[in-house]
Design a protein around this ligand. Structure first.
Ligand code: PMP
Length: 432
């Protein structure tokens, strides 16, 4: 049904005690009631195809994850000051997925807490304090993680770039300074140049596909050049895998693996608990040992038995259901279909990404100028057609689609047909 729920009273109630700084999606917000796998259901029974949410990684309310949480919740939930099997077992299973020498796990409750801890650990290990960050990067909402997030500190309402932060250009091969086959190397040289007269480097932090920056994959070969430069300066390399991790990219389990590098520190979050709030820092023994010289680390909820049971179930479901392989197969098909659409619709400037981590860059025809108005129109029209997608990037003009990994080719066809029809209608009526 195209019937729309009247959310006016829900919105008024929310606004009474919840600050509007926590913004709500859509001109006409959705009052959600339930969800299953790649579908969400509103209060009046409408079904939405979720082509957007990356946190419910193995599918909304996946029964095996729910069951694991329920069973553990009725048996034991406590903190890491006691011994229980789930903590060691989850650490073992997680590290089976990580290359050597990554060997220690610190569990926390969010990506932000993990970023914050990663920065602290890098500073403790190196005894240095400068952070090298990418333009448009985002790593979390704590003071320490905002300090390494250009997306926040450089926002018009942000507090500006901290004095210990060195910002380097986003290695973007669509809009950036370098777009050719050697772009990765050229951007790495730009970073080397930016660091030429710098000492005191604690770490470099980056995602392999910059999510908030507009789903921008780092130029090929970039990290392979950059990591040795950072290390030669005595710094550590931090990979933020909050969005790119756990098989979403299809070809690899972790984003850094697409660049053939091994970081010193990983930041994990979002998909790790399929919606249950878990995050973690994974690091080398050497980094952990340096951190151990400082004050004791404790997190009330980090690594509790329920969180570990949930995390274990997520890893099991990814393997059992072949979800990384599905991300690869369905994501490749999705990208191909988007490339066909791009041929027909000049407002699609670029389609990019890997697996089920894709961006559609909406532009004014035959330019690379961002077209925010159309991207917002698509987002809101899709909502009316019961498909969830969202937008991001510096001008909020890149459509992001990062669905649960159980997404099917049939789901892709539905998104593609809807986008095709919508753009046809828009272009027929547009005064460009
Ligand atoms: N890192 C990245 C790359 C993220 O996208 C996010 C969340 N958008 C975070 C860290 C912070 O995670 P959380 O919101 O769970 O604190």
């Amino acid at each position: 049904s195209m019937e729309l729920a009247d959310v006016t009273s829900d919105l008024q109630r929310r606004n009474r005690h919840i600050s509007p700084i926590l913004s709500v999606s859509y001109q006409r917000p959705i009052a959600m009631h339930a969800a299953a796998f790649q579908y969400m259901y509103d209060k009046v029974g409408n079904t939405f195809l979720d082509a957007y949410n990356n946190i419910p990684h193995v599918g909304h309310c996946h029964p095996l994850v729910v069951e694991a949480a329920q069973k553990q919740m009725e048996t034991l939930n406590t903190n890491t000051r006691y011994l229980y099997d789930q903590l060691a077992e989850y650490a073992e299973k997680l590290l089976e997925k990580c290359p050597k020498p990554l060997n220690k796990v610190f569990f926390v409750n969010s990506g932000s807490a993990a970023s914050d801890l990663a920065v602290r650990m890098a500073k403790a290990h190196t005894q240095k304090d400068k952070m090298v960050v990418l333009e448009h990067g985002y790593h979390g909402n704590t003071e320490q993680s905002i300090a390494v997030s250009d997306y926040k500190f450089n926002h018009p309402k942000g507090n500006g770039q901290p004095s210990n932060v060195i910002k380097v250009p986003l290695p973007d091969t669509y809009r950036g300074d370098f777009q050719d086959k050697k772009a990765g190397k050229k951007y790495a040289l730009a970073l080397q140049e930016a660091l030429r007269n710098q000492s005191n480097i604690a770490a470099f932090i980056a995602e392999s596909i910059v999510g908030c920056g507009g789903q921008v994959p780092l130029a090929e070969g970039y990290l392979k050049e950059v990591y040795p430069i950072i290390r030669s300066k005595g710094g550590l390399c931090i990979a933020d895998e909050v969005q790119t991790g756990f098989g979403r990219l299809g070809t690899h389990f972790w984003g850094f693996q697409t660049h053939g590098v091994v970081p010193d520190i990983l930041i994990l979050g979002k998909p790790m608990g399929n919606g249950h709030p878990i995050g973690a820092v994974v690091c080398t023994d050497a980094v952990a040992e340096s951190f151990e010289k400082g004050v004791e680390f404790f997190s009330s909820f980090g690594g509790n038995p329920v969180s570990c049971a949930v995390g274990l179930a997520v890893l099991e479901v990814i393997a059992k259901e072949g979800l990384q392989e599905n991300a690869q197969a369905v994501g490749t098909y999705y990208l191909e279909q988007l490339r066909h659409l791009q041929q027909k619709h000049p407002v699609i400037g670029d389609v990019r990404g890997s697996g089920l981590f894709l961006g559609i860059d909406i532009v004014h025809p035959n330019t690379k100028n961002t077209y925010n108005h159309l991207a917002q129109y698509i987002k809101n029209e899709f909502r009316k057609r019961h498909i969830l997608i969202s937008t991001d990037g510096p001008d909020d003009s890149v459509i992001k689609t990062k669905p649960p990994l159980c997404f099917t080719k049939g789901n892709v066809d539905h998104v593609i047909t809807s986008l095709d029809n919508l753009l046809k209608t828009f272009m027929a009526n547009a005064t460009l």
